[in-house]
Design a protein around this ligand. Structure first.
Ligand SMILES: [Zn+2]
Length: 664
């Protein structure tokens, strides 16, 4: 996990990147024609965002005459000043957030209610409005117009670094969403989040058809993550393992079909037999109404809020476009093609057959969560924990060891020291994260969980992952040539760097040179298979919504179930059996973060592509140098970045071939 990518960028990109303004539907001023194509683009985009309160036609024309850079030299000076200002804004807003959220994030005493209120303060919330009000946003658009993803991918190969930097400047102020439209989106998401966060199943009140209880009285599991984790834990040799898995599967089906009685959710007053769907209260059978469609109404409410947003984003007029072309910077078609190639591959069938062989039974739908590919490390976890506790009694000990870890991976000593000097390690309340630096005066922050006896192995493994994020953050900020190019193309690309580090955690403890472990690869592969399926259901759901904007929640429910069954029958039933399972609609992220799921498998795809490329490096030093060269490219588009990294577009072939060679 990493936090706070593109503070200012992010606020704009997530909601509306690329809301380029070629269409004139909202403009209040008349077009001005100029000779230069870039200048014309800037003028047109400004015009589309100009509102009556910004000035009259004459004032608009005067604005263009005053601020359109007459020469490349003047334009360059303007870029430098705007980029410098952006770095100052980002840094100051980041510092404010870090300081205010400190009590709720770091393990430094109990935070009070006021701390949570202060830590949720968004220091950048009004940045865009302010910049439009003082005309800085218009000056930026006028001189550094926006290019769509397709244009960036098409023109990018011929662009200089400076032209790329200008194009990224053009991503800053691409829309002007009215506050109440934004608030509606936020409210719909918060409502979905509240629904997800409180949807617990009382496991001690589930009954088999014989009236037996399989789970402890007090066990309460959040849908779907806790249900899934409990299901996974029953691959171990424990009593009633299969029965428990079958029951959880049945509960999941009742949730997605919404036949679950609404009153049993989060409520210990009822006993519920999910197979026959009968309910008892104090031993008396009662009849309760099914939940119906509440789950799907949360998706629908967000859809309606996004539709309001759409009209303020003329060139990315759907949430699908804003999510894929905007945030991920890969089109939904590109992502779908990658996923379909993977889930319909021969390798998936073969790994499925391997799992069936290991389980000694035909596969069931819930075996998409098979948990048996464990790291093959011969070293017991207790021994590793003893080692990490000895090495890292506190956060500072981990920090002191960073230069050595980086040298171990092949970084040259001076660079290893430089990176360590720009990362702060802090003990966190949660499991930890990497908080990025946004200006070249501040460090990146590694937040990690350290128990009273020091860092255990699980905490260490996560800390190494976050350390990878921090190295990426410092590398592509402090060594970048143009500020607007700092960072990585998308979340998936920073995850790839974190995975590269995490896969070498034992090497960093001195257990010899480490490559990706076969079991770890199979584990990731099977996890990708699962999450690509739920991602496809999520993506197809949103396509269906845009094709059926007047749908009711009940119609949406039926559509999602049909989509989930169709994806299952095409790509999962041939491997796991059971036609028509709706299981792939169970992911809670579908409700509160529409279309976010594809980020996870894309991160692994990129990771494997980098692993395969870096394997060809002859030495540790060459590995580290190549890794840094790749990350110093900064924030190109993902395809341009991957082309520059390995000389090929983003592809699932490296992970498929890794699995093929393991299966041999
Ligand atoms: Zn991460």
């Amino acid at each position: 996990m990493k936090m706070k990518r593109f503070f200012v960028f992010f606020a704009l990109t997530v909601l509306a990147v690329g809301c380029s303004t070629d269409k004139k539907a909202y403009s209040v001023v008349k077009p001005i024609a100029v000779e230069d194509a870039v200048a014309q683009r800037g003028i047109d985009q400004c015009m589309a965002l100009w509102r009556p309160e910004d000035g009259t036609q004459a004032e608009f024309e005067a604005f263009v005459r005053e601020w359109l850079a007459p020469t490349p030299e003047v334009r360059r000076v303007l870029y430098d000043k705007l980029a410098h200002a952006l770095e100052i804004f980002n840094t100051q807003q980041n510092q404010l957030t870090i300081a205010l959220s400190r009590p709720t994030i770091l393990a430094e005493g109990e935070p009070g209610a006021i701390d949570y209120l202060l830590s949720s303060y968004d220091a950048g919330a009004h940045h865009s409005d302010d910049m439009f009000a003082n005309k800085v946003a218009f000056i930026t658009i006028l001189n550094f117009p926006h290019y769509t993803l397709a244009e960036k991918n098409q023109l990018g190969p011929q662009w200089s670094r400076l032209e790329w930097a200008y194009a990224r400047m053009g991503d800053l102020y691409t829309d002007r969403v009215p506050a109440q439209v934004q608030q509606r989106v936020t409210a719909a998401r918060s409502a979905a989040e509240g629904y997800v966060d409180t949807y617990n199943i009382r496991m001690g009140h589930l009954l088999t058809e014989e009236g037996e209880r399989l789970f402890p009285e007090e066990m309460s599991l959040l849908s779907h993550w806790n249900l899934r984790d409990e299901l996974k834990s029953n691959y171990a040799d424990v009593p009633h393992a299969r029965e428990k898995q079958e029951m959880i599967y049945q509960v999941m089906e009742r949730i997605v079909t919404q036949t679950i009685p609404a009153a049993v959710v989060n409520n210990p007053a009822y006993d519920w037999a999910p197979v026959s769907n009968r309910v008892w209260k104090e031993g008396q059978e009662v009849s309760l109404p099914a939940e119906g469609e509440v789950r799907y109404s949360h998706i629908l409410n967000q859809f309606h809020a996004f539709r309001e947003l759409d009209r303020w984003c003329p060139s990315m007029p759907t949430e699908i476009a804003r999510n894929f072309e905007g945030s991920l910077e890969m089109s939904d078609q590109e992502v779908e093609d990658l996923f379909v190639r993977f889930v319909s591959s021969e390798e998936v069938r073969k790994v499925g057959a391997l799992i069936a062989e290991r389980l000694g039974r035909p596969l069931r739908p819930y075996d998409i969560w098979y948990d048996g590919f464990k790291g093959r490390s011969a070293i017991p976890e207790e021994q590793l924990t003893a080692e990490t506790r000895r090495r890292y009694p506190d956060a500072e000990a981990f920090h002191r060891d960073m230069p050595r870890m980086l040298r171990n991976l092949g970084f040259d000593p001076a660079e290893a020291q430089f990176l360590a000097d720009h990362i702060v390690v802090e003990a966190a309340r949660g499991s930890g994260h990497a908080w990025e630096c946004l200006g070249r005066t501040e460090p990146a922050r590694l937040r990690t969980r350290i128990g009273p006896d020091g860092m255990d192995y699980k905490g260490y493994n996560i800390a190494v992952h976050e350390f990878g994020h921090n190295v990426e953050q410092v590398t592509d900020l402090y060594h970048i040539d143009y500020y607007t190019l700092f960072g990585v193309p998308n979340n998936a690309t920073t995850e790839a760097m974190a995975f590269l580090f995490q896969a070498r955690d034992l090497q960093l403890l001195g257990y010899g040179r480490q490559q990706m472990d076969d079991n770890a690869t199979l584990d990731i592969f099977w996890g990708m298979y699962e999450i690509m399926g739920v991602s496809l259901v999520d993506m197809y759901t949103w396509r269906w919504l845009y094709a059926h904007p007047a749908a009711t929640a009940a119609e949406l429910r039926d559509a999602v179930l049909a989509i989930a069954r169709d994806v299952w029958n095409r790509y999962y039933a041939p491997v796991l059996g059971t036609e028509d399972s709706p299981l792939l609609a169970i992911y809670s992220h579908m409700l509160n973060y529409p279309m976010y799921l594809p980020n996870y498998p894309v991160g692994h795809i990129i990771h494997y592509q980098l692993e395969e490329h870096l394997r060809r490096c002859g030495s540790d030093a060459a590995f580290a140098a190549e890794l840094q060269r790749i990350y110093r490219q900064g924030r190109l588009t993902p395809q341009a970045w991957m082309q520059g990294a390995v000389g090929a577009p983003i592809s699932v072939d490296p992970i498929l071939s890794a699995v093929r060679s393991i299966l041999k």
